[in-house]
Design a binder for this molecule. Structure first.
Ligand code: F0G
Length: 454
């Protein structure tokens, strides 16, 4: 059959709240046209993020009841650590409350002024955590990864020649190499096994640690299975283990592929580094057997890790995201292709091509999607990445609007509605206003900046 159905049925439902367009205009003004500042109950379909917004399974809810809330040595911790090691067999597994806490701890240990951290593309919090230590965050994704129209199967790959050059010229300043799977800021694009092997070889040659930012590891492994030669018959869990075997450690947000509403971890093989990280963990997150999480959270994550590598789930996940992408493409709406695993990205710079990147076309398209249809999306472009550490502002590589799909949450008719709204926005894209920023914080401005249409 060509219809790929949701491999679950609904067990508990949440009401969606309808609003009128006039109400949404009011809410937008009150939020200073920043969609992060909206109240979620004023959003109809929330595609702001796939982070922590998915539906837990019956078995995850059951696992919560099993949580043991002992301060130290909880059995829930050991269950969690075993589930992590089943896929990522690193010696040390350190729970944290979410991904950025792992980043903060790791870069406090490894970063600092004069250091340089290469990544295929840093996610916004990753970049901010590198820069907050005074280090430089460098993005070295392959050229195809910056071209919205390229149909390269692994647009998340690291540019190996650029990495080699960086390690040759400033290797002494590089404490570790990062690879983000999938490459979220570059459109949810996967990294191939072959590319990871190439990064590993360079890290071996130059004596560098290789860390994964592995938020969407299962989606990345599915793409490897589908697209990389010789991988089509493998179990996803097996591919994940091979990916892990190429790295020395990882940072992780368990709010993505591990199906959690909260959680994360830091894992690594190096004993000394792990000890330093655990000491910092105790200062801010908690004791190393819970790290800012409840025992019940750890149980839910252990179960989520089993579910996310199931092929029925991943086939549905990747197919249902592509369903949205294909429908938009068929209607002539410029979207980043191939489609990402967790999201479809509108190419706002192409859609609203009357706007300069510094007039924030992504913001303008995102605001219109909300005003017209109550859909909340996320600008991933010049608003998010334009401000430089030296205070200047430059256009981001791309101006995208991300329609992120929460896991197991919306049905096909919700997505059909999203397609209709996108079509209406695209039809009047050339009339969309420019935006300017009235007020912005020093870092991570997209969360709280106040905007005004020009
Ligand atoms: N790395 C990547 C690739 C991410 O996508 C995220 C979060 C993080 C790190 C940080 O994890 O949120 O648990 O602290 N991405 C979310 C998003 C917020 O919407 O893409 P966190």
């Amino acid at each position: 059959f060509s219809t790929i159905i949701e491999p679950f049925r609904i067990h508990s439902v949440e009401p969606l709240r309808m609003t009128t367009r006039a109400e949404r205009r009011e809410y937008l003004r009150a939020a200073s046209f920043n969609l992060f500042q909206l109240r979620a109950e004023h959003v109809l379909i929330d595609l702001l993020t796939d982070s922590g917004t998915g539906a837990m399974s019956r078995d995850q809810w059951a696992a919560l009841q099993h949580g043991d809330e002992s301060y130290a040595g909880s059995p829930s911790f050991y269950l969690f650590a075993d589930a992590v090691r089943e896929l990522f067999p690193f010696r040390h597994v350190i729970p944290v409350h979410q991904g950025r806490a792992a980043e903060k701890i790791l870069f406090t240990a490894l970063g600092g002024p004069g250091k340089v951290v290469p990544n295929n593309t840093h996610f916004d919090t990753t970049r901010a955590n590198v820069e907050a230590t005074g280090a430089l965050a460098v993005d070295l994704v392959v050229a195809e990864g910056r071209d919205p129209a390229s149909d390269h199967p692994f647009k998340g790959n690291m540019d190996l020649a650029a990495l080699e050059q960086l390690l040759t010229t400033s290797g002494d300043d590089v404490p570790c190499v990062f690879v983000t799977i999938t490459n979220n800021s570059g459109g949810g694009q996967p990294v191939s096994l072959e590319n990871l092997r190439g990064v590993r070889a360079l890290c071996d040659r130059f004596g560098k640690l290789l860390f994964l930012d592995a938020c969407r590891f299962a989606e990345n492994a599915w793409f490897i299975r589908e697209r990389e030669e010789g991988q089509g018959d493998r179990e996803v869990a097996d591919i994940v283990r091979e990916v892990a075997s190429l790295a020395d450690g990882m940072t992780m947000s368990a709010k993505k592929d591990p199906m959690g509403n909260i959680g994360g971890w830091l894992a690594m093989n190096d004993d000394r580094l792990a000890e330093e990280c655990r000491n910092m963990l105790i200062l801010t997150e908690g004791f190393p057997t819970y790290g800012g999480l409840a025992g019940r959270d750890l149980e839910a994550l252990a179960q989520g890790l089993k579910e996310v590598v199931q092929h029925d789930y991943l086939r549905y996940r990747i197919r249902s995201t592509a369903y949205l992408g294909e429908a938009l493409q068929k209607r002539g709406i410029p979207v980043l292709s191939p489609f990402g695993g967790h999201a479809v990205y509108l190419d706002a710079r192409a859609l609203a091509d009357h706007l300069d990147p510094l007039e924030y076309p992504g913001q303008s398209v995102a605001v219109a999607l909300y005003e017209i249809g109550g859909i909340r999306s996320c600008e991933i472009g010049t608003v998010m990445f334009g401000r430089q550490p030296d205070g200047s502002e430059v256009p981001a590589a791309m101006d995208l609007v991300r329609l992120a799909i929460p896991r197991r949450t919306y049905t096909q008719s919700h997505v059909d509605y999203v397609i209709e709204v996108c079509e209406q926005v695209a039809a009047r894209a050339h009339e969309l206003p420019a935006y300017r920023i009235v007020e912005e914080p020093r870092m991570l401005r997209h969360f709280t900046a106040r905007f005004e249409p020009v």
